[in-house]
Design a binder for this molecule. Sequence first.
Ligand code: NAD
Length: 390
Amino acid sequence: MSVTISVPKETTSGEKRVAMVPKVAAKLAQLNVAITVAKGAGKKSRIPDDAFAEPVQLSGRAEDLFGSDIVLAVNAPEPKAIEKMQPGTVLLSFVQAHQNPETVKALNAARVTCFAMELVPRITRAQSMDALSSQASAAGYKAALMAANALDRFLPMLTTAAGTIRPAKVLVIGAGVAGLQAIATAKRLGAKVFAYDVRTASKEQVESLGAEFLVAEGVKAEAEGGYARELSDAEKQKQQAMLEASMSDADAVITTAAVPGRPAPKIVSKAMVENMKPGSILIDLGAVGGGNCELTDPDKTVHHGAVTILGPTNAASLLAEHASEMYAQNLFNFLKLILIEDDGQDDVKPKDKTHSLKIDWEDEIIARTVLTRDGKTVNEAARKALGEDA
Ligand code: NAD
């Protein structure tokens, strides 16, 4: 019997992405696995059902969508849907365990083997599976466009018969994957871009995009693995003073700062917003983790004095078509680690070769990405965050 793979419809409010697109489904089908996609699953990403060609099946039945060997999703299904999965079912999706204890409980109760896409390690071999990066790129790009769209000003310098317009100044706080894409996009639109990050290692990347890197004297916050750590109070004060001065001169500020597994660091205070120029815009991608700005109201437009603050919690979903395509490709690359060609097929044509689900628990990518297995939360950080070790 061939391995069965299903793609249920996303049920998270506001989610437009889907975990499978026709192009990737066709590649997956070449591994001779049986794929079922929920009817209407791609609709919000502008993928009509009939874009999925044979042998991909469409279904609206829960047994087909949750009773398969492997379930693919953007967001982990609701606990009620997880209950329908069989022990040993493999789920690949974002989970964000620390924010979703009920999901983790349901995964363990159903004995689902869950690989959480946010846990894919940032090692070279896993780059093609790095869904956090692909989705952050989409979010950063969109954030720069949102800023451009919300401003009553041009971004580029214009020299016209009606006079010269100075380029807008865009400040990007947090120069990780999303921040760098926001910088690149704002630069392409002609803005003068400044960026800040606690990781001084990002200076070179910022400068290579033609932006200016801002430095807060004496603040360096790199932790293990190249990620940021939380700042001390003294460091925070230095950072705030430097940023306050830069923000008061900016037309748009885009914040993307995050510390993995923790709420978004609060970097922009009410006073800093009140110091911004009238008509300026703040796009807070930290909104998903509670916001980098204390005035952010997730997914709402906040007018504070003459400053507008937008805090999209799922900016990647606003680019659903391409974000889904990239995500589906990340999943496919991960699946290739666990769908292994059956033995004794040396003389079989590639298109006829069969594959089985074989998980090498010693593989670094597998070991670091697995969240739940055999009824237990096996990821240490998630266990800690959920207080399961107490
Ligand atoms: P992230 O989303 O966790 O955080 C975004 C950025 O916010 C980070 O650059 C972080 O340093 C910054 N930040 C955190 N607290 C801050 C504060 N108080 N003030 C200012 N900035 C703050 O990060 P990410 O985008 O996922 O990437 C983090 C790192 O991982 C980067 O070094 C990136 O280059 C690296 N990375 C490596 C790989 C790989 O090797 N395969 C893939 C993707 C990312």
